[in-house]
Design a protein around this ligand. Structure first.
Ligand code: UD1
Ligand code: MG
Length: 491
């Protein structure tokens, strides 16, 4: 579609009073992006000559959010209504012939619907074409008063509805196409005849219709596309619809969801065929999941990259980490940023990883902290192994080679290096490098005192006996001979 005569205007200056928020309405998020970001994305494929946003409330923050989206901001100060917002945008619109106007708070709109609206406007040679929707509950919206089946005579805001107009359930979406040469004179006639003393763009419709101009209306194919976010409840509903769309997209790509309504997926997430997502999972940011993976219940993945056949057992938290083919983690594993788990490696329950590499087939199955650790292939990290990577000032690396065995409950005081085939005795505190194929053992030696416990019990029983007999009112028994001192066994 040639769109050299088309400009897009997003009205984003309002405060969003009904949200009760210190943040501008259009910067609130739904479906993983800000409202205005969602709208701009829907408009990009229209290839308009220019895209403007009218900003006002929190103009600096909104402008900053718009810049990377290649949208020019126009300041409306003060915000005297949607009609006034268009007047403010007039100069920046230059010689555009048609303007597609959208509110900043209706982010569910689809590109196809906008294309159809513009096409209807052009085909009907209209002064204005409205996108409308028929709602079971039209409350909160301006209502469309039809002149005939095809044309419109007015939009009436809810506060101004007459008793019989209360019945109308076709609403104004606030998405319109205007032929600008017709809009400007009509807007000039609009008066701020409402309780807010604002100039309503909606009032320009009645002016155009009364002047005999063509005002058309297109009903949106899916009424949910025009949902406006005026309240927190609206925001939640719009977010729900976005999430539903995203899950449907992944299902179309061959991904299975159990209880899909409980799974939250951000817009840029991708997943391969036959991957199964269990209930209560969150897939966030730029998470990429391969084929035949299983993401089990309660896991939260953000900016994670998973190969094929990966299993994330229940209740894992994974951030900015890479899991190659066949990796299994969890349940209850926490991967903080910058880990790389190579093919077939395994991380078990209550294991925390940060900036660590696990080589192919390496396992760390229980209760460990591995930070700044680089581990080779087929090594075994025993239960309770801790890398002491931080001395309170700096972080230090732990380097572990291939086929290293680290016994349970070892502390590896970094910087330290365990070479290929090294073997660490359980319970060691390792402060020195361990050469290849060597044993590292760093712990206090055990002393065994034969019979000690039995003697101790006898001593205690003897010391207790007089007290007991006193209580029972019995005669004192002679104190026992003190136990012979134990002979120290040589070590
Ligand atoms: C508006 C429409 C209503 C429609 C509804 C659809 C008007 C008068 N009413 O009502 O018919 O059913 O949208 O959601 O237009 N804005 C500015 N500058 C201003 C005022 C508003 O840029 O001075 C922006 C807001 O930021 C918002 C949009 O215009 O993005 C619409 O304003 P809002 O206050 O949400 O209007 P509604 O009451 O929802
Ligand atoms: Mg609104």
């Amino acid at each position: 579609m040639s769109a050299n005569d088309l400009a897009v205007v997003i009205l984003a200056a309002g405060k969003g009073t009904r949200l009760k928020s210190s943040r501008a309405k259009v910067l609130h998020r739904a479906g993983g992006r800000s409202l205005v970001d969602q709208i701009v994305r829907a408009c990009v494929p229209l290839h308009a000559k220019k895209t403007l946003a009218v900003v006002g409330h929190q103009a600096d923050q909104v402008t900053a959010a718009l810049e990377p989206l290649d949208v020019q901001s126009v300041l409306q100060q003060p915000q005297n209504g949607t009609g006034h917002a268009m007047q403010v945008a007039r100069r920046a619109l230059g010689n555009a012939r048609i303007a597609l106007v959208l509110p900043g708070d209706a982010p569910l709109i689809r590109t196809e619907t906008l294309k159809a609206l513009i096409a209807a406007h052009r085909a009907g040679n209209a002064a204005a074409t409205l996108l409308t929707a028929v709602l079971a509950d039209p409350s909160g919206y301006g209502r469309v008063v039809r002149k005939s089946a095809a044309s419109v005579s007015a939009i009436v805001e809810e506060s101004q509805l007459t008793a019989e107009q209360q019945e109308l359930n076709e609403i104004n979406s606030s998405i319109y196409c205007f032929t600008l040469a017709k809009l400007w004179p009509a807007l000039a006639q609009v008066k701020p005849n409402n309780q807010h003393r604002e100039l309503y763009l909606t009032d320009a419709i009645a002016v155009l219709a009364a002047a005999g101009e063509t005002v058309l209306a297109q009903v949106a194919p899916d009424s949910r596309e025009v949902l406006g976010c005026n309240t927190r409840a609206d925001l939640a509903e719009v977010d729900r619809v976005f999430r539903e769309r995203k899950r449907a997209e992944l299902m179309d790509a061959g991904v299975s969801f159990q209880l899909p309504e409980t799974v939250l997926v951000d817009p840029e997430v991708i997943a391969g065929e036959d991957t199964v997502i269990e209930p209560g999972v969150q897939l966030l940011g730029k998470t990429r999941i391969g084929a035949r993976c299983t993401i089990r219940t309660g896991s939260v993945l953000s900016d994670a990259t998973l190969g094929d056949d990966v299993t994330v057992e229940p209740h894992c938290v994974v951030a900015q980490s890479r899991l190659d083919d066949g990796v299994i983690i969890g349940p209850f594993a926490r991967l903080r940023p910058d880990n790389h788990l190579k093919t077939g490696s395994r991380v078990g329950n209550f294991v925390e990883l940060k900036k660590s590499v696990l080589g192919e087939g390496t396992k760390a199955m229980h209760l460990s902290y591995l930070g700044d650790a680089k581990i080779g292939t087929k090594s075994n990290i025993g239960a309770g192994t801790i890398t002491c990577n931080y001395d309170g000032f700096h972080k230090y690396p732990t380097t572990i080679g291939n086929k290293v065995f680290v016994g349970s409950d070892s502390t590896l005081v970094a910087p330290v290096r365990l070479a290929d085939g090294a073997y660490i005795a359980a319970g060691s505190t390792i402060t020195d490098n361990v050469p290849a194929d060597s044993l590292g053992i760093g712990r206090g030696r055990q002393v065994t005192k034969r019979g000690w416990a039995a003697k101790k019990r006898r001593e205690l029983a003897a010391a207790d006996a007089p007290k007991k007999s006193r209580k029972a009112g019995k005669k004192k028994t002679a104190p026992r001979k003190p136990a012979r001192k134990l002979k120290r066994r040589s070590r």
